[in-house]
Design a protein around this ligand. Structure first.
Ligand SMILES: *[C@@H]1O[C@H](CO)[C@@H](O)[C@H](O)[C@H]1NC(C)=O
Length: 384
């Protein structure tokens, strides 16, 4: 699932066009870009020794999303459980629900709960937090009503907290901000205030029950580095103060005519810098990054009727590589490897691009959240 971020309109000011500094001298990276070849990927990507699977190279939190439709991610999470601090199964949706006319919510998706997977994770790493994603989806006209109705928020938060406690989860990831800001046009300051207050109510109830609360958020800058007004002043500080973690999804760059990539390095840097400047407690920030690749057909003429951006997972990439017709090159503008075949370009993570992203996270003292784990290659875990 490629999560293109709904565009938050109203770009208000251009962030400073600072050049991203060189954080680490090129020679100090463990995975030089030239070492990554088609052959090396074919040969090594499936192998991960016990030591590589367990020894941590990154000191901040790492959260892995795993999806029920891709159980490869479950296997990988079990194998690398000692280097993950959080696992977030994509199991649940929070939907609006009316009981005797009163608005509240219900959690859907319980059949997806996989107890043996949860037990296996805890057996490998008893400290690991299992924090499923509760995706607020399809709220439609109920969204603005919900935001105005604090009693409904209290009922909904209570419902969710109760659900998590009963099922022995350690907390949850909530994407309320993204959902509600989209349907209510966060651009309106009145709604923004209400969304933040609703989040505070949820955060309070989670905290009271010692549950971790992680809010996933859209990025605060668009593809050309404009800030959107969902985050201004001390908003970042407020958001990290209220939550265990604030996950800023720095992939799925807002779609516009310029789009050729999903998560260029400069953009990542500026997204984190913006949070830092906004007073975020950076040790409570997770940099949302991706383990899937994306394919750009006919990139020279993007956007054109023939061009499209599609998601590419591990299996598909490996098939293409094994066909022997793919060239690999390092794209120095965005700091990712490009896999090129005729008119098609695939950007897919490599040890080099991932290492540079993790170093960036280290520089800003933030953790990393990976969407989604099962779309990557086994040996990616060597990086962190
Ligand atoms: C920032 O978050 C960390 C981790 O939760 C916490 O220990 C620290 O006190 C926070 N710092 C501030 C200034 O609130």
């Amino acid at each position: 699932m490629l999560r293109f971020i709904p565009i938050l309109a109203l770009a208000i000011s251009l962030t400073e066009q600072v050049v991203t500094p060189e954080l680490v001298p090129e020679r100090n990276y463990r995975f030089p870009v030239d070492d990554i070849t088609v052959e090396s990927i074919i040969k090594e990507s499936g192998s991960l020794s016990k030591e590589e699977a367990e020894k941590r190279n990154f000191k901040n939190p790492v959260l892995a999303y795993v999806a029920p439709w891709n159980t490869y991610g479950y296997d990988l999470a079990k194998k690398t459980a000692k280097k993950l601090t959080h696992v977030s199964p994509i199991w649940f949706k929070a939907r609006p629900y009316r009981q005797n006319g009163a608005l509240q919510c219900k959690v859907e998706g319980s059949p997806d709960i996989d107890r043996s997977f949860m037990e296996a994770l805890k057996a490998e790493n008893w400290q690991i937090s299992i924090v499923p994603l509760i995706s607020f989806e399809k709220w439609g006209v109920e969204a603005p009503r919900f935001l105005r109705d604090t009693a409904a928020q209290t009922r909904c938060a209570h419902q969710i907290v109760d659900f998590l406690t009963r099922n022995e989860f350690d907390g949850a990831v909530l994407n309320m901000f993204t959902t509600f800001s989209f349907v209510t046009r966060a651009a309106s300051p009145g709604y923004k205030k209400m969304i933040y207050e609703a989040m505070e109510e949820f955060a309070q109830q989670f905290t009271d029950k010692s549950l971790e609360v992680i809010f996933s958020m859209v990025p605060s800058i668009n593809s050309i580095f404009y800030e959107n007004d969902a985050f201004s002043g001390t908003d970042f500080q407020r958001l990290t103060d209220m939550s265990t973690f604030l996950e800023i999804d720095l992939f799925g760059i807002p779609l516009d005519d310029e789009l050729l990539e999903v998560s260029p390095y400069d953009w990542l840097y500026k997204g984190l810098k913006h949070a830092e400047n906004g007073g975020a407690n950076m040790s409570r920030v997770l940099m949302g990054t991706h383990f899937f690749g994306y394919q750009n057909t006919d990139p020279m003429n993007f956007p054109s009727p023939d061009s499209s951006l599609g998601e590419v997972a591990n299996k598909e990439l490996m098939e293409k590589l094994k066909s022997g017709k793919v060239d690999i090159k390092w794209d120095a503008d965005i700091w990712e490897h490009a896999f090129v075949h005729k008119e098609t370009v695939i950007y897919y993570p490599t040890l080099s691009s991932l290492e540079r992203k993790f170093k960036l996270a280290e520089h800003f003292h933030v953790g990393v959240a990976i969407w989604e784990y099962g779309q990557g290659l086994d040996y990616f875990a060597r990086v962190f």
